[in-house]
Design a protein. Sequence first.
Length: 304
Amino acid sequence: MNKNETIDRINRLKWERNAVILAHNYQIGDIQDLADFVGDSLDLSIQASRVDAEVILFCGVHFMAETAAILAPDKTILIPDPEAGCPMADMITGEELREWKKRHPGKKVVCYVNTTAEVKAESDICCTSANAQRVASAAGADILFAPDRNLAAYVARSSERNIIPWQGFCVVHDDIRAEDIRRKRELYPEAEVWVHPECQPEVIELADKVFSTGKMVSEARITSRHDIIIGTETGIIHRLKKENPGKNFIAAKEDAICRNMKKITLMKVLASLEEMKYVVEVPPEISRKARGAIEKMIEIGRSE
């Protein structure tokens, strides 16, 4: 079966199953082009809760599909490859968070959405890379922030809060180095540098703008810059170029690739829909607690 035949079969199955395909910004181009919605993890999970579909096929990593299952408990959530995990999400467990909280009694826990459902359930409130600063400001004076130490450092730069970070990190963003930025600036001296807040502090220091993936997408549409150096996972450049063909988007590091995101393929999407396999479910009590932490974050966004 060639690529076009595979896509045709997937589209027929979508209709038969009343399914919608969601794809993260870091997915391969073929998956992004196939999807009904492309975005960041939380936006896609909110989309999952709103769409009129019985089946959500989530092309991303496992914690993202879990979040969709929490926000859309009435829908069947599929992931095309159950081995598509997130090393950063695996850097803290629910048990480790419970022990951490015992060592810091009374402190609020802010957890990044890039965590398992069990960790979300043990947290007071969730945050995204886009709203972490606002959430931290609302959470209190003393905060435990899990799991990303780099995002915690970024929040601490503009906060008077006492932020205690867990020592987790995104293996892709943490590997983007200051020398990568300097090298690309030499090659493209007129370029503006945009980096993700999961990058190391020395990389953020060299950037012109610090943006979540969603913010990169929206800013790319309105910026007058022609050359933009992008300091995040390279998959987003497919979308940026597709939506802004007159602009030049340059990867800060060409091998900034999430191998887990790239596990999702057209053939795996087809197999998942054909067999309705790899259903993502969250135990009811964990789902209830985790949903509370997510909804508190969403409520902050509504009140702005």
